[in-house]
Design a protein around this ligand. Structure first.
Ligand SMILES: *Cc1c(COP(=O)(O)O)cnc(C)c1O
Length: 381
């Protein structure tokens, strides 16, 4: 993605020296999920103050295993915002449940809780709130409005280190699911995690994330004695190998420093762009410490693709997070959606683009992004 002498959209912070823990795994008997992963899981339980954590090979597979463990399937309705990454919704479709889209708040692009309340029916089995861009949905309020019988699965792909009124992900939901994909704030290339305080759900998850088997590979050979396993529930293959888990502890160690740097960079962007004609910034959620995963802006209707193109030509890496999911061909044709069915998500999805934001982005690189953007916008409006 790096353009010649330009500013890349993203540059990861891992170096060849970070591979030491991977070499250590090569000296252990199990290359797959074993002791290293269990240490990271214990660390996640500590960090989030929850009873159970399992590392997974992606957010997507972890979330599918979680919905399977919740018993969600055909005929069930699952509420999800229309403004999110497609994966938040695809997992519902994969289980042949029905995604019920709701619109988002125009100021924050987080799921609109009043719209959620209206979308709940007798068939609603779960809600998937998304902590979009790093700011958190009010989980306490969401729990109050949906009651105990509807499952809450938090999409925390953008929010590992964020808090709302001091509360971290996992506290008010049935499960919170993280992504350690290559561009996420904590990464091992591909990976994820599920955390929960529900012991019965956790016990089922350990099976649904491993083919539905009753014991993991290292446990099947514990004390050199083979033990039979059983399969009572259908599962997927979602466990993270120790080879990748080994990259995580060093990143969890520095997550607070990295957040300080992301916060500083966001403040610089806001200072430079606030009030600029033709540029809309998102509002901050009160009392929320954002994980600042992305820095999206919106430009006037009809200009986004030109701005995106002109920034790319100027050597600035940009992406779109996201076009509204109900407008994707698959969903639009299967459910016959019109863009206006979820007008806020649709509007933002046509006007938004994300600027480079990562620890290690240099001030002069950021200044170049800002000056290029201002020049491009001024010429177009
Ligand atoms: C990245 C992302 C996912 C998917 O994560 P994977 O680990 O790639 O499966 C899900 N939801 C959101 C909001 C994301 O940004």
């Amino acid at each position: 993605m790096e353009t010649k002498s330009g500013v890349p959209f993203f540059r990861h912070g891992l170096r060849a020296d970070d591979a030491g823990p991977i070499a250590d795994v090569l000296a252990t008997p199990f290359l797959t999920s074993a002791g290293v992963g269990r240490q990271v899981e214990a660390r996640l339980c500590d960090f989030f103050g929850v009873a159970g954590a399992k590392l997974t090979n992606s957010w997507t597979n972890g979330a599918i295993a979680t919905l399977l463990a919740m018993g969600i399937g055909p005929g069930d309705e699952v509420i999800v915002p229309a403004m999110t990454f497609i994966a938040s919704v695809n997992i519902i479709e994969i289980l042949q449940a029905k995604p019920v889209f709701v619109d988002v708040d125009p100021e924050t692009q987080l799921v609109d809780l009043a719209a959620v309340a209206k979308a709940i029916t007798s068939k609603t089995r779960a809600i998937i709130p998304v902590h979009l861009y790093g700011q958190m949905v009010d989980m306490e309020a969401l729990r109050d409005l949906c009651g105990k019988d509807i499952r809450l699965l938090e999409d925390c792909a953008h929010c590992f280190e964020g808090t709302l009124r001091g509360h971290r992900p996992g506290e008010f939901s049935d499960a919170a699911v993280f992504s350690f994909y290559a561009t996420k704030n904590v990464t091992c290339g591909e990976g994820g995690a599920v955390i929960t305080n529900d012991e019965a759900l956790f016990a089922r998850l350990k099976q649904t994330m491993l083919h539905g088997m009753s014991a993991g590979a290292d446990r099947r050979f514990e004390n050199a004695l083979y033990r039979h396993w059983e399969m009572n529930n259908l599962g997927v293959k979602a466990n993270l190998p120790d080879l990748l888990a080994a990259l995580l502890p060093a990143q969890i160690d520095i997550i607070a420093e990295k957040l300080t740097e992301r916060t500083r960079l966001v403040a610089r962007y806001r200072e430079a762009l606030d009030g600029q004609a033709g540029i809309q910034l998102l509002a901050g959620v009160p009392d929320c410490v954002s994980a600042h995963h992305l820095f999206p802006i919106a430009v006037p209707m009809g200009l986004r693709d030109q701005v995106l193109h002109d920034l790319n030509v100027a050597g600035v890496g940009t992406t779109v997070n996201y076009r509204a999911v109900h407008e994707m061909g698959y969903y639009a044709s299967k459910y016959d959606f019109q863009p206006d069915d979820y007008p806020v998500a649709s509007d933002w999805g046509q006007r938004t683009l994300s600027l480079p934001l990562f620890p290690g982005l240099r001030d002069e690189e950021q200044d170049y992004v800002v000056s290029s953007l201002k020049k491009i916008i001024t010429a177009l409006i």
